[in-house]
Design a protein around this ligand. Structure first.
Ligand code: FAD
Length: 297
C-alpha cells in the first residue's frame, strides 16, 4: 500500500498507463510495463474507461501484473458515475482478493447516451462509501485541476469540492496535465489556503504529436503558453522534431517543478516507455535530490 510518508523528503515519481484497446490483446502492454518498471517509479497507475471509452476490463489485470510481476506498487483508477453501490462493492472485493490496495477515486467522464447509475454523483461519494464499507483497507487518491474542472462554477467551488474529497478520505492528489507551471504554483497556494494539505503530484504530459495536444486541449481546456504554441507551430508537422521538442518541454517543466519543491511528478506516459525513459534519464539526478520544502512561485 502507498504510504504517504514517501512524500516526506523525496520527489515522488510515478507513471500512468492505459489498457490496450479492446481489439488488442492485453499482452501488448506487458513489455511496456517491464520497461517502465526498470525506471523504478514509486507507483504506476492504470486508467479505467478514461474518456468514456469503456475499455476497462483489463485494468485490474494490468494492476495485478504491475504489482506481482514488476514488483512496483500499482494504483487502479475507479470512476464511479456509472457504477451502482453493489457493483462498487464487488469491485472492491476483487481488488482486495487480488492484492490491489491503492485506488484513484474518480467521478469519471460522462458516457454519451448512458445515464449515470445514480448512487455516486461525485468522486467524494465513492471515497466516503469506500471508507464506510472497508475502513482503511485502501489508500485513496483523487484528481485535481490546476485550471479548474471544466464543469466547475468557480475556483472557490472547485476548491471546496476538492476539500470535500480530501476530507472524505483521499489523502493524495494527482493533477490534470498543465503546461504553465505558474498556474500550478498558484493552485498549490490556493489549496494550502483552503486547508487542503494532501501531497499533490503534478501531472505532466509530454507532447509527442499535434493531434494528441489538440484532443487534450478540447477535452481538458488547458492553457497553452505562447512558447508552447510557437513550438507546436514550428515542429508540429514533423513527428521526430515534435517528439524531441515535447520531451524537452516536459523536462524543463519537471526541473522547474522540482526546484520549487513539488511533492511529485506523475508522468502521463501514453504507453510510450521510450519517451518515459528519455525524460527519466534527463531528470533522474534532479528528482533523487532530497526535497526542499514548500512550493513558491
Ligand atoms: P469530481 O471530483 O466529482 O468533480 C467533478 C465536478 O463536480 C467538478 O466540477 C467539481 O467541482 C464538482 N463537484 C465535486 N464534488 C462535488 C460536490 N460534492 N457537490 C457539488 N459539486 C461537486 N476519467 C476516467 O473515466 N477514467 C480514468 O481512469 C481517469 N483518470 C484520470 C486521472 C487523473 C489524474 C485526472 C486528473 C482525471 C482522470 N479522469 C479519468 C478524468 C475525470 O474522470 C474527469 O475529469 C471527470 O470529469 C471528473 O472526475 P473527478 O473525479 O475529478 O470528479
Amino acid at each position: 500500500m502507498i504510504d504517504n510518508s514517501i512524500f516526506d523528503n523525496k520527489t515522488v515519481f510515478s507513471f500512468e498507463v492505459f489498457p490496450p484497446k479492446r481489439s488488442s490483446s492485453i499482452e501488448t502492454i506487458y513489455s511496456t510495463l517491464d520497461e517502465l518498471s526498470d525506471l523504478s517509479p514509486d507507483f504506476i497507475s492504470v486508467t479505467y474507461g478514461a474518456g468514456g471509452s469503456e475499455n476497462c476490463s483489463n485494468t485490474l489485470e494490468i494492476a495485478k501484473r504491475i504489482k506481482k510481476s514488476c514488483n512496483v506498487e500499482s494504483v487502479v483508477h475507479l470512476p464511479c458515475l456509472h457504477l451502482s453501490k453493489a457493483e462498487a462493492a464487488t469491485m472492491l472485493q476483487q481488488f482486495s482478493e487480488n492484492g490491489i490496495e491503492n485506488i484513484l477515486v474518480l467521478r469519471g467522464d460522462r458516457i454519451e447516451g448512458r445515464a449515470p447509475a445514480g448512487d455516486f454523483l461525485h468522486a467524494s461519494d465513492l471515497s466516503g462509501f469506500i471508507k464506510v464499507t472497508t475502513g482503511n483497507s485502501f489508500h485513496l487518491s483523487a484528481a485535481c485541476y490546476p485550471e479548474n474542472h471544466p464543469e466547475s462554477e468557480s475556483i472557490f467551488s472547485d476548491l471546496n469540492n476538492l476539500k470535500l474529497k480530501v476530507d472524505s478520505g483521499c489523502n493524495h492528489l494527482i493533477s490534470q496535465l498543465f503546461f504553465d507551471n505558474h498556474i500550478f504554483y498558484r493552485f498549490i497556494e490556493n489549496c494550502r489556503l483552503a486547508g487542503i494539505d494532501a501531497p499533490v503530484e503534478a501531472g505532466i504530459m509530454p507532447v509527442i504529436n499535434r493531434a494528441q495536444i489538440e484532443r487534450m486541449v478540447s477535452r481538458c481546456g488547458v492553457v497553452l503558453p505562447e512558447k508552447f504554441k510557437v513550438m507546436l507551430d514550428k515542429y508540429g508537422d514533423n513527428d521526430e522534431a515534435i517528439m524531441d521538442a515535447g520531451i524537452a518541454y516536459a523536462v524543463n517543466q519537471i526541473i522547474d517543478l522540482v526546484s520549487h519543491g513539488v511533492d511529485g511528478i506523475h508522468l502521463y506516459t501514453m504507453n510510450k516507455p521510450v519517451v518515459a525513459r528519455k525524460i527519466y534519464e534527463a531528470v533522474k539526478n534532479i528528482i533523487s535530490i532530497p526535497k526542499t520544502p514548500a512550493l513558491a512561485s
